[in-house]
Structure formats: C-alpha cells, structure tokens
Design a binder for this molecule. Structure first.
Ligand code: BV8
Ligand code: ZN
Length: 246
C-alpha cells in the first residue's frame, strides 16, 4: 500500500483526526451494506423503508425489517477494520469516530471516542411521547405499544428526520478542527454526513478515502485506497504507527 509523501507527512504531524464510517466497514462482519440491501429485502427498498412515512403506513413491515436486522447483531463480530479503527484513537491527541452505522460494532471493537449520527439499532423509543423503551413489553401487537399507546420504533434517524443536534454539532466541530480526515466504507451519498469531508477539507485537513469502489466525492480526497476496509485499515494503522515513530 503506497502512502503519498503528503499522507506520510500528515500522519506524522496530525494532532486531530476524524474518521467517518459507513455500512462498508461492517460488510466483512457479514452485515449487508445499505445500498446492497435491496436484494435481500426484495419487495422493498431500504431508502423507502427507513422513513417515518413507511412506519406510518406499514408499521408492522418496518418493525419486522428492523427486528430482522437486530436479530443478526449478536451473530456477527467486529472485523479487523473496526479493531484497527478502535486502536487508531490512541495515536492522536484529539480523535473522533463519527459513524453512520447503527449496528454497535465499533463499540464492541473497543472504540470509545465516537458518536453515532444515525442512532443505534439496539435502542427503542416511543414514536408518540419519545420515551426510551429499555425493555420491550411482551405483547402480541406488532410493533408493541408504549404505555401512552404510541407505537414503539427503533431509535434510529430515518430519511427526512433531523439528526440528533448535539451529535451533529460535535461531528461538525471535529471536522472543522481535523488535521486528517478518513472516510471509510461509505458511498458518501447521505447528507449531512457526506458533507463532513468538505468541512474538513475547507479547514486544511488531509483527506483519505478507504472504500471498495470510488465514490462521487473521491476527487476531493488526497489519497484514495480501493479495497476491503478489513485489509486496508490494519495497514493504515501500521502506517500511522511507523510514521509517528520516525
Ligand atoms: C436530514 C439509519 C434534515 C436508518 C440512515 C441534501 C441533499 C440531498 C438530500 C438530502 C440533503 N439533506 C438531507 C437530505 C435527505 C437525506 C439524504 O441524504 N438522502 C440521500 C439518499 C440523497 N438525508 C436525510 O434525510 C437526513 N436527515 O438531513 O434532516 C433534512 C430533512 C429533510 C430534507 C432536508 C433536510 C437523515 C439521513 C439518515 C438516514 N438514516 N440510517 C437505518 O439504517 O435503517 S442512512 C443509511 O445510509 C445508513 O445509516 C447508512 O450507513 C447510510 C449511508 O450509507 P453508507 O453507509 O454509505 O452505505 P452504502 O451502502 O451507501 O455504501 C457502502 C459503501 O461501502 C459502498 O460505497 C461500498 O462500495 C463500500 N463497501 C462495501 N463493502 C466494503 C466497502 N468498503 C470497504 N470495505 C468493504 N468490505
Ligand atoms: Zn409513549
């Protein structure tokens, strides 16, 4: 894996690092990527299912789609990409992992300095009163209901919904201060997550993309590494350690 001199310089001197991840980071753990999911959920497009409208019209179908995704989580493990990213947080004075994923695999790999832009599949809340639901009530209703009678939904951000304000602000601030910005396993399509790279670049950061294929934002990046994150990120970690040992 060839590191450009600009990248080696950045790896050596960067004080602050932001990593943005997407579904591609969890692909080698066996979880479908978002745009790869169409095949699996044949008669429905995730882009349509992950919306408040879909939940309002077909609450049972949306709930069952999320239950189906949730049930897979205990069966999958963090992969070498998650583990390398968890190690990276030790090598920068300031570090923030910003994930679009809702699978909780970064936390299970040991990442702690992180935020979840789009929520977490393991949490539920009431769609009416907003109460967080720690334990789902045993009921034959699908989806189950909150005490207020509202339908329970996963605590994730759907298309057309605002991202959690504080989380987005923290990610934005980190992008403004980043010396180096990694985008790993994301098609860079979904907003506002996909704008973080631009914010970092406008503030002088070195931009590195790691993805299976080029994306519409690839021209923005100083270095683009095409291939599986599970292979590239452990070598990226090695490159960081070597560059900072010099
Ligand atoms: C909002 C949770 C205010 C639910 C998700 C501006 C312009 C245009 C549109 C908009 C805009 N602002 C807002 C919008 C609308 C919309 C949007 O961005 N639409 C897109 C499709 C154009 N955004 C929103 O609605 C956001 N809300 O902005 O509120 C607002 C509201 C209304 C109107 C205006 C403003 C909310 C977005 C959050 C949606 N929720 N997830 C759930 O998961 O069920 S997003 C969903 O997509 C997942 O979180 C996923 O992570 C995310 C992004 O997708 P990726 O992670 O990139 O996954 P994808 O499959 O696309 O790509 C995977 C990549 O990995 C691929 O490139 C592949 O090549 C690569 N890969 C595969 N295997 C590997 C790999 N790479 C490395 N190694 C491998 N092994
Ligand atoms: Zn309620």
């Amino acid at each position: 894996m060839e590191f450009s001199s600009k990248l080696i310089e950045a790896l050596k001197s960067a004080q602050t690092c932001l990593i943005l991840t997407g579904a591609g980071v969890s692909a080698e753990s066996g979880l479908q990527t978002f745009r790869g999911m169409q095949g699996l959920w044949d008669d429905f497009d995730p882009m349509k299912l992950a919306t408040p409208e879909a939940f309002a019209c077909e609450p049972q179908k949306v709930w069952e789609w999320y239950q189906w995704r949730r049930e897979k989580l205990p069966l999958v493990q963090p992969n070498p990409a998650h583990k390398a990213i968890a190690q990276m947080e030790k090598h920068f004075e300031e570090f923030l992992l910003v994930t679009q994923n809702i699978d909780g695999l970064h936390q299970r790999a040991g990442s702690s300095k992180m935020v979840e832009l789009h929520g977490n599949l393991n949490r539920n809340k009431c769609s009416r009163c907003g109460t967080m639901i720690e334990t789902l009530p045993v009921s034959d209703q699908v989806p189950p209901r909150c005490k207020c009678g509202g339908r329970i939904r996963p605590d994730v951000v759907w298309f057309g919904e605002m991202l959690p304000e504080a989380v987005l602000r923290q990610a934005w601030r980190a992008a403004e201060k980043a010396d180096i910005f990694f985008s790993v396993g994301t098609s860079s399509v979904v907003q506002p997550a996909a704008s973080l790279g631009l914010v970092a670049k406008n503030n002088g950061a070195a931009l590195v993309e790691v993805n299976l294929e080029r994306t519409e934002l690839s021209p923005l990046f100083n270095d683009v590494f095409l291939g599986p994150a599970g292979e590239i990120m452990p070598r990226m970690l090695e490159g960081i350690i070597n560059a900072r040992a010099l």
